[in-house]
Design a protein around this ligand. Structure first.
Ligand code: ADP
Length: 531
């Protein structure tokens, strides 16, 4: 008989040990080594190995080896390569003896017999256990059955390890999705303590994961004012989430929107969706909060409402004036003096011009969003354009003194004269509008071999530095008493910048509140070709 005499006593111990190892840990190589050790001991073998099928191939790889050093792994190769077992699944194959002799010679051990135990997982063969002995002998059917149960255990261990690997892979995948998600994600336990905090969540909230984890969620979700919708704490007090089984919809998510106070005191607009996660017993396990930065969205909303109020205000004023004057002139009972008629018609004409300009600006601005501005180049004199514009404004104000200073050799430049006239008109009109107490408006020209520069300096209210770039944005107006009183749409500088940049130039401002502003633009002396 092949088995050791005390085998029957020991087989239980071995099985117990193996199953304990399998439940205690998931490290596959440990379990395999233990199974192999037991199998070799029970068969009184000298050498043993467990080989497992490689993932996407038919051949096997040695995963545990006893009785030979790791340098000998290659010796067993002929037993393990694809096709080494014949079609019937016989692991010995036709020329097995020859292979065995070669192995014995390579190892320098008098191996005379090999017992092989296939490892099955259902229908699939996942690996094989080989035990090599220095003597020959047959095992009883009973013994083989016990040995086969070792092989089965090994197959289960392999399966566990595979499943564990899959779960681990899945976990890593989710972790990476979570980490790189553009939305902030925060996982809470049932008591609303933060368990996990991704990168976007850090960016949005201003909290580092280290500081946030283990804090109650309300430390991070600190609302400035009352948010729209019911926040988590309040919702949970009134019974949210309904249990999984009784909930009308399994997606019983909660949405709330508002401004969060960050640790540095700044505010950020966010929308948060809270989703519950239940365990198998229908107990609340986690709440998953996904937090979206909606400040851009809110800015766009604000822009839209500014647009509507500005435009309606700007449209209403001239229309009301036109209607008023036209109505007065039409009165049949009145006989108007020709000068009154003239003055009234002049107002109507001016206001109609203003409407046209407003509509032109709106069209230009909306067109700009869709495509870049096209420039019709011609050789032009900026000085003449400035002089013409100054003449027009001179007639409209007597509080302001206009001074134009251009060097006599100021060059002709290539440019779109109609559009550049708009820019100059707009800058001079702003200089007048935003210096309500009057003062000097100085327009200077300068040039270098590469470019020309025109500056418009006023002595008006000035602009704080924080607004210098924003005033060039679409519909942006500084919110102060003067802007509310003066007409404007916040489109002038936006369009001016577009015109100047389409020429390849630059536009900007220097100013100090109360000390006036200097707007300037440059234009290249050579035509800019866009690529
Ligand atoms: P608006 O139609 O409001 O004048 P603009 O785009 O021309 O629009 O200007 C944007 C904002 O920049 C103005 O509302 C005003 O607050 C500010 N601004 C422009 N020019 C001046 C200036 N010369 N002095 C002070 N503030 C100015």
């Amino acid at each position: 008989m092949v088995l050791l005499p005390d085998f029957r006593v020991r087989q239980r111990d071995y099985l117990l040990e193996i199953s304990r190892a399998m439940t205690a840990q998931l490290d596959l190589s440990e379990v395999l080594r233990l199974i192999l050790r037991s199998s070799v001991a029970m068969l009184a073998g000298e050498v043993g190995l467990i080989a497992l099928k490689e993932d996407h191939s038919a051949s096997m790889r040695v995963r545990a080896l006893i009785g030979a050093g790791p340098e000998h792994v290659g010796v067993f190769e002929p037993l393990l390569s694809a096709g080494s077992a014949d079609e019937t699944g016989d692991l010995y194959g036709p020329d097995f003896d020859e292979k065995l002799q070669r192995i014995a010679r390579s190892l320098g051990q008098p191996l005379r017999q090999a017992v092989s135990l296939p490892m099955y997982l259902g229908e699939e063969t996942v690996g094989v256990i080989y035990v090599f002995r220095t003597f020959t002998g047959a095992a009883t059917r009973d013994d083989m059955r016990v040995l086969q149960s070792f092989a089965d255990q090994a197959a289960i261990a392999v399966n566990n390890a595979r499943l564990y690997h899959q779960v681990d892979q899945e976990r890593k995948r989710l972790q990476s999705i979570l980490e790189h998600s553009a939305d902030g994600v925060m996982i809470l336990d049932a008591r609303r303590v933060i368990l996990s905090f991704n990168r976007a969540m850090s960016r949005i909230s201003g909290w580092t994961p280290e500081k946030a984890i283990s804090q109650p969620y309300s430390a991070v979700i600190a609302w400035a004012g009352r948010p729209q919708g019911t926040d988590l704490g309040e919702a949970m007090q009134s019974g949210w989430p309904a249990s999984h089984k009784t909930a009308s919809s399994p997606n019983d998510a909660l949405y709330v929107e508002g401004d969060l106070i960050r640790p540095d005191g700044t505010l950020i607009g966010v929308g948060i969706t809270y989703a519950p996660l239940f365990d198998a017993e229908d107990r609340l396990l986690n709440v998953i909060a996904s937090v979206r930065d909606i400040s851009h969205f809110r800015e766009a909303e604000k822009m839209k409402s500014t647009f509507i109020s500005v435009v309606s205000h700007e449209l209403k004023t001239p229309v009301a004036l036109i209607k008023g004057y036209a109505g007065t002139l039409r009165r049949e009972d009145a006989n108007w003096d020709p000068t009154v008629v003239q003055r009234s018609l002049a107002v109507i004409e001016e206001e109609a011009d203003r409407l046209t300009e407003l509509i032109d600006n709106l069209l230009a601005a909306s067109k700009l969003q869709a495509e870049s501005m096209r420039i019709k180049y011609e050789d032009m004199s900026l000085l003449k354009t400035v002089q013409a514009s100054v003449e027009r404004f001179r007639t409209q104000t007597d509080k302001h003194k206009f001074v134009v200073e251009f060097p006599p050799d100021f060059p002709i430049v290539p440019g779109d004269s109609a559009r550049l006239r708009q820019v100059i008109d707009n800058l001079i009109s702003n200089a007048v509008k935003y210096s309500p107490n009057g003062g000097q408006i100085l327009i200077t020209g300068a040039f270098t071999p590469d470019e020309v520069r025109v500056s418009i300096q006023d002595e008006g209210v000035g602009i704080p530095q924080s607004e210098w770039s924003r005033i060039f944005e679409r519909f942006y107006r500084i919110e102060d008493a003067l802007s509310r009183k003066t007409q404007g749409t916040g489109l002038g500088l936006y369009l001016s910048r577009a015109v100047i940049e389409a020429h390849g130039g630059q536009i900007g401002v220097h100013s100090a509140p109360g000390k006036g502003s200097t707007f300037y633009f440059t234009l290249p002396r050579q035509r800019a070709y866009s690529l």
